[in-house]
Design a protein around this ligand. Structure first.
Ligand SMILES: C[S@@+](CC[C@H](N)C(=O)[O-])C[C@H]1O[C@@H](n2cnc3c(N)ncnc32)[C@H](O)[C@@H]1O
Length: 225
């Protein structure tokens, strides 16, 4: 099995303009959970920190926050946003960025489950690998992954919600889903794909001009055994 490698398809300017507009609202629950577990002296690692939108919030509340992301562009954007320690690294190989997991009291990750799973599987099993970054485990499957890798008291909850987004379907396709086509389709082909998806999916997911995204959250809280 190989770790799936996508090109760096994250565009900070689009993420900032479109996607992150909804992130603070959608990430409210995971932020609150993290905040409950943080003390002023805590050290926190944010895996797949993106442009640092949540990382800076957490940075204000504890003594050390390190963000990691595999996208150089997102890492730069996080630094510009004011994150004091952001490193370019893949979730599967944090040692390469000089990060030892033992240093941290809390590992945080939002909307980057594949990066977090890579970290979990690599941390305890050097041969642990991940087939696809778009991996949708059930609660039970994810609990098993965590327990197999030395975590205890794993609380995993699936929550399916239909969320009205402040961005249009087109903006969503061009920012979030751009990564699916970035490494194999040229610009005219990308446009054609997005046009077709918009035409087919639009009538199903858009009502009165609002794009309703069917989100499935996997809320996870686990402690090191
Ligand atoms: C949807 S964004 C979420 C960013 C941020 N956590 C937030 O909530 O705004 C996903 C981020 O995960 C990063 N990422 C994807 N795969 C990764 C991996 N294997 N290791 C580290 N970061 C990864 C991407 O570069 C991207 O910045």
């Amino acid at each position: 099995m190989a770790v799936s490698s996508q090109v760096d398809s994250w565009r900070p300017e689009w993420y900032d303009r479109y996607s992150s507009r909804d992130t603070l609202r959608l990430a409210r629950r995971v932020l609150e959970t993290a905040q409950k577990h943080l003390a002023p002296e805590s050290r926190l690692l944010d895996i797949g920190c993106g442009d640092g939108l949540l990382t800076v919030v957490l940075q204000d509340q504890c003594s050390q926050v390190v963000g990691v992301d595999k996208s150089p562009a997102m890492v730069n954007a996080a630094r510009k946003r004011g994150c004091s320690d952001v490193r370019e690294a893949d979730g599967s190989n944090l040692q390469a960025a000089g990060i030892g997991a033992e240093e941290f009291d809390l590992i945080f990750s939002n909307d980057a489950i594949h990066a977090a799973i890579l970290y979990v599987s690599k941390r305890y099993r050097p041969d642990g690998q991940m087939i696809s970054p778009w991996y949708f485990p059930t609660a039970e499957e994810y609990r098993e992954v965590l327990e197999r890798n030395g975590f205890r008291d794993c609380q995993v909850e699936v929550e399916a919600v239909v969320v009205p987004l402040s961005i249009s379907l087109r903006e969503f396709l061009e920012s979030v889903l751009f990564g699916f086509v970035a490494d194999w389709a040229d610009a005219p082909t990308q446009k054609k794909i997005f046009d077709e998806v918009e035409e087919i999916v639009g009538p199903v997911v858009c009502r009165h001009g609002v794009f309703y995204c069917e989100n499935v959250y996997l809320h996870v809280l686990a402690y090191k055994a």
